[in-house]
Design a protein around this ligand. Structure first.
Ligand SMILES: *[C@@H]1O[C@H](CO)[C@@H](O)[C@H](O)[C@H]1NC(C)=O
Ligand SMILES: *[C@@H]1O[C@H](CO)[C@@H](O)[C@H](O)[C@H]1NC(C)=O
Ligand SMILES: *[C@@H]1O[C@H](CO)[C@@H](O)[C@H](O)[C@H]1NC(C)=O
Ligand SMILES: *[C@@H]1O[C@H](CO)[C@@H](O)[C@H](O)[C@H]1NC(C)=O
Length: 279
């Protein structure tokens, strides 16, 4: 009679992967598995997590999300993805921090779908920092790579947005692949919003029929920096600013480029929406 119980305990011990402690990040030579739901990096304040997130049938992307409000497979506020245009298989896929310093995402069959191309003679550590930055640093804290430098459709508070950054919307609600809307600094130092679809592309914000100064923009500052502060004021060096309606209240925020596909709806709506989360 006791046999089934013993077998059960035994097999669950076998399935239980030797624990790598993730509380202080991912060490060189170790990996996170798409098959292990516990393989998640959590920010020290507990507000954000990073791990494999399901994006379709047996399709996963390595993502960063808000833990609050509740984050389940179907309703998770994703703020970044490593491989949104090339999801990996739910079995055998891994994010590996190699001893060489490279952080690689391997699909089943060891195909590399994404990598940081970092190199280091000393061991690196990958951590999800407060604020949602996934950072690869060496033992003295020197930064070799960070997710803040390659945003997807979301800008987090204090995450710098510059001339090398852009936000690209998702394809649709529920499909995280790159979509048609883009926010970027144009060569004349002005923050612009572009629609680039399969058939045509057009800048419609600021309005192409207005001169830049008529739209309230300045072309003089070539530093091209925009930031969302922790109280929800967004400001850009082209003199574009906006405050969200609840500016100053104490909630988690982000700036997300909407995936709404219909052009005239976007033109009438505000260009970006502020996602507000209690956290
Ligand atoms: C998302 O959209 C892209 C482009 O249309 C498509 O190739 C992909 O299969 C879609 N993904 C899902 C999960 O539906
Ligand atoms: C920036 O905008 C403010 C008002 O919104 C205006 O007074 C100021 O002259 C602008 N600065 C530049 C450099 O255009
Ligand atoms: C450009 O913007 C930066 C950041 O806001 C500011 O420090 C700098 O003084 C500005 N430069 C000019 C010429 O206005
Ligand atoms: C904001 O909320 C956090 C966590 O809920 C708390 O630790 C912090 O003191 C709050 N700050 C203010 C200014 O209320």
């Amino acid at each position: 009679m006791a046999t089934p119980l013993i077998l059960l305990v035994f097999s669950s011990v076998l399935l239980w992967t030797p624990s790598i402690s993730l509380s202080d990040g991912l060490r060189a030579g170790s990996s996170l598995s798409a098959e292990a739901p516990a393989d998640v990096l959590t920010s020290p304040d507990g507000r954000l997590g990073a791990g494999f997130h399901i994006v379709g049938q047996n399709a996963y992307s390595f993502a960063i999300w808000f833990n609050k409000p509740t984050c389940s497979a179907l309703s998770c506020t994703i703020v970044w993805m490593a491989n949104r245009d090339q999801p990996v298989n739910g079995r055998s896929s891994k994010l590996c921090l190699l001893r060489s310093g490279n952080l690689v995402l391997k699909d089943a069959g060891h195909i590399i779908v994404w990598e940081t191309k970092t190199v280091s003679a000393t061991p690196l550590r990958l951590k999800l920092e407060n604020g949602g930055n996934l950072a690869l640093r060496d033992s003295v804290g020197l930064l070799l790579w960070q997710s803040y430098d390659s945003p997807t459709d979301t800008l987090l508070p204090l995450q710098p947005f510059n001339e090398n950054s852009n936000l690209i919307s998702t394809r649709s609600q529920g499909n995280y692949s790159s979509g048609y809307y883009k926010l970027y600094f144009d060569t004349d130092n002005v923050l612009c919003h572009l629609y680039k679809g399969p058939e045509f592309s057009s800048v419609y914000w600021p309005s192409p029929w207005l001169l830049r100064w008529e739209a309230g923009r300045s072309t003089f500052n070539n530093s091209k920096i925009a930031v969302l502060d922790s109280l929800s004021k967004f400001s850009s060096t082209d003199n574009f600013t906006f405050l969200s309606a609840d500016y100053g209240s104490n909630i988690s925020r982000m700036l997300k480029l909407d995936s709404d596909g219909i052009l005239d709806r976007i033109v009438k709506k505000r260009m970006v929406k502020l996602g507000l989360f209690h956290g």
